[in-house]
Write a new protein. Structure first.
Length: 191
């Protein structure tokens, strides 16, 4: 299915039936970055890739911290950048393999060079999964808060960003501690 043209306009009530095993229905609508609130953009960057604007596709420091966490038996957070996640989502899906990582390693610098940061962020926010069948910032905003992505405020943005590491298991209303941490990161980053 081509997600760039797929649109279903009917969004359920906030969080209605998301825990039901029969609730899966794909929701998606591509929106330009200008139609996603700056708070929403900043919250995702603060949560997923704090050095997004200062690296060239790979955050070697974050990868080192993630590897140390893996070696110690308790991963705190992943080391993938938004660009790496975008490449994975667009070309490889959710499977893990050394072959995929190798291909990803070659495509990430190309994506950074060809697309640039603004387009990478726009694409990422439009293809990332926010819950069962919920793809993109617009669908997430309308599904969880019944408002468009351009109207999402700081708290809502932080709650949505907090579900990204495990969107099939987490819900925004349960993310109080992590969303508070994201809000603090946003403040530290000048947002």
């Amino acid at each position: 299915m081509d997600r760039s043209t797929h649109h279903r306009s009917a969004y359920p009530a906030p969080c209605a039936g998301l825990d039901s095993p029969h609730a899966y229905r794909e929701r998606y609508q591509f929106v330009p970055l200008s139609q996603i609130s700056p708070d929403f953009q900043h919250a995702v960057i603060a949560a997923e890739d704090a050095r997004f604007y200062s690296h060239h596709g790979f955050d070697w420091h974050a990868m080192e911290i993630a590897a140390e966490g893996d070696a110690e038996g308790g991963r705190i957070r992943g080391g993938s950048t938004l660009t790496q996640q975008l490449v994975k989502n667009l070309f490889f899906g959710t499977g893990r393999s050394f072959l995929r990582k190798g291909a990803e390693f070659t495509l990430v610098p190309v994506a950074e060079l060809v697309l640039g940061k603004r387009r990478i962020l726009e694409l990422y926010l439009n293809v990332v999964e926010w819950g069962p069948g919920i793809y993109g910032a617009e669908a997430a905003s309308r599904t969880y808060y019944r408002i468009p992505a351009r109207s999402i405020g700081r708290q809502q943005a932080a709650e949505l960003a907090a579900i990204l590491p495990a969107p099939l298991k987490r819900r925004p209303e349960r993310m109080n501690k992590y969303s508070a941490l994201i809000l603090e990161r946003m403040r530290q980053m000048g947002w």
